[in-house]
Design a protein around this ligand. Structure first.
Ligand code: ADP
Ligand code: MG
Length: 372
């Protein structure tokens, strides 16, 4: 009913929260799926107002007929999007500000984080009928450029990369970034690119995205200052559809897949480690430990604005994953990107690069620790 509809809006934070350049963190709940309905699962996610979400844990003691509610956890974010939120609402609230920044020569990054099936790709890419953040951002970018092109000459370069098994692969134009002339073909281009993503069946899910997809849009423009000198500005927008955050080890313990899983989680783990190090105010930020964090090193600090969208399912079948995702997102709120910049500048060469294929056992242990 529209009367009870919660509309997510980004609220301005009290002054005390504004020290440093805080990462903004959003949560999006997807609609319950047919499968989840048929499995008779309960809804365990409640958005009580535009910023607050409750996660309810249920148990089924001794096979009682009714699930018993045991605990409620409360989380606060910059905004929580209910299952009725439109793609446009999500784009406007989370990303449109970053697009404006890119046109002023700043960098911005948006991540979608969550378990497989939680709605990351829907949020980032979307469908032809309901295009997601990637497509809406590029459309918006071109719309803005058109109204401003008298200010200078703009050039837009686009690359769509996959990080899979600690290897970076180009999804649309192997070799060099594509120069984009207009926005018409973007959806088709990205869909083709997504088709090239490495997806394979796992035991837990029919298709599971084990790769990270990174869309980077670089906008270059030239303007003349009062003395008629040409000034060149560059802004970069990175939009990242992360691999499923579920435990690789819980799915497939013994096969080759677990090694692959460890590699994929190496990038997620590296991202988490960077976040933990930043939150703890550590001087050493291990961003060189994975391909993903290396790829994003100029897009995760300094004047860069960072946005996280945590995607979750409403179903009690996924409450474990949902809890992990909300905890991760909760921690991400504490990041100050200014700290990141200072740490990077001071410590760039202090970190050894971990070579792919080594120390699997150590990594697996680390993962088990991380997942606990
Ligand atoms: P992920 O990329 O996190 O693995 P998907 O984006 O593929 O998950 O979403 C899983 C399924 O749920 C897809 O069929 C997708 O279309 C659907 N879905 C996800 N989010 C929404 C939403 N907000 N509204 C409608 N359908 C959604
Ligand atoms: Mg996906």
């Amino acid at each position: 009913s529209s009367k009870n509809r919660v509309v997510a809006r980004k609220l301005s934070l009290p002054e005390t929260e504004k020290t440093g350049n805080r990462v903004t963190v959003f949560v999006r709940v997807r609609p319950i799926s047919k499968k989840e309905k048929e499995a008779d699962s309960r809804c365990c996610v409640t958005i009580v107002n535009p910023r607050d979400v409750y996660l309810t844990e249920f148990v089924n003691p001794n096979g009682y007929l009714r699930l018993k509610r045991i605990r409620r956890r409360h989380f606060t974010f910059d905004a929580c999007f209910p299952d009725s939120a439109t793609q446009q609402e999500v784009y406007s609230t989370t990303t449109s500000e970053l697009v404006e920044g890119v046109l002023q020569g700043r960098n911005g990054t948006v991540f979608c984080y969550g378990a497989t099936g939680a709605g990351k790709t829907y949020t980032m890419l979307g469908t032809v009928e309901s295009p997601g953040v990637m497509v809406l951002a590029i459309n918006d970018l071109f719309g803005k450029i058109k109204t401003r092109s008298c200010d200078g000459n703009y050039a837009v370069h686009l690359s769509y990369l996959e990080v899979y098994n600690e290897t970076v692969r180009d999804l649309i134009s192997p070799g060099r970034p594509l120069v984009l002339r207009e926005d018409k073909q973007v959806m088709i281009l990205l869909q083709q690119g997504n088709h090239n993503r490495t997806t394979e069946p796992t035991r837990a899910n029919e298709t599971s995205s084990r790769s990270h997809a990174v869309l980077q849009v670089v906008v270059e423009y030239q303007v003349r200052d009062a003395a008629m000198n040409i000034i060149k500005n560059v802004g970069k927008l990175s939009l990242v559809d992360l691999a499923g955050s579920e435990r690789a080890l819980a799915t497939d313990q013994i096969t080759l897949r677990s090694l692959e899983g460890a590699n994929i989680n190496r990038s997620l783990l590296a991202l988490s480690s960077c976040i933990n190090a930043l939150v703890d105010g550590k001087k050493h930020i291990p961003y060189r430990n994975s391909k993903l964090t290396q790829l994003l090193k100029d897009s995760l600090g300094g004047t860069c604005s960072t946005v996280m969208i945590a995607n979750i399912s409403p179903s009690s079948l996924s409450s474990g994953e949902t809890q992990n995702t909300l905890h991760w997102a909760d921690r991400a709120k504490e990041i100050r990107t200014k700290t990141w910049m200072q740490a990077n500048d001071a410590n760039e060469d202090l970190f050894p690069v971990i070579e792919t294929g080594t120390d699997q056992a150590t990594l697996v242990l680390e993962l088990q620790k991380e997942n606990r």
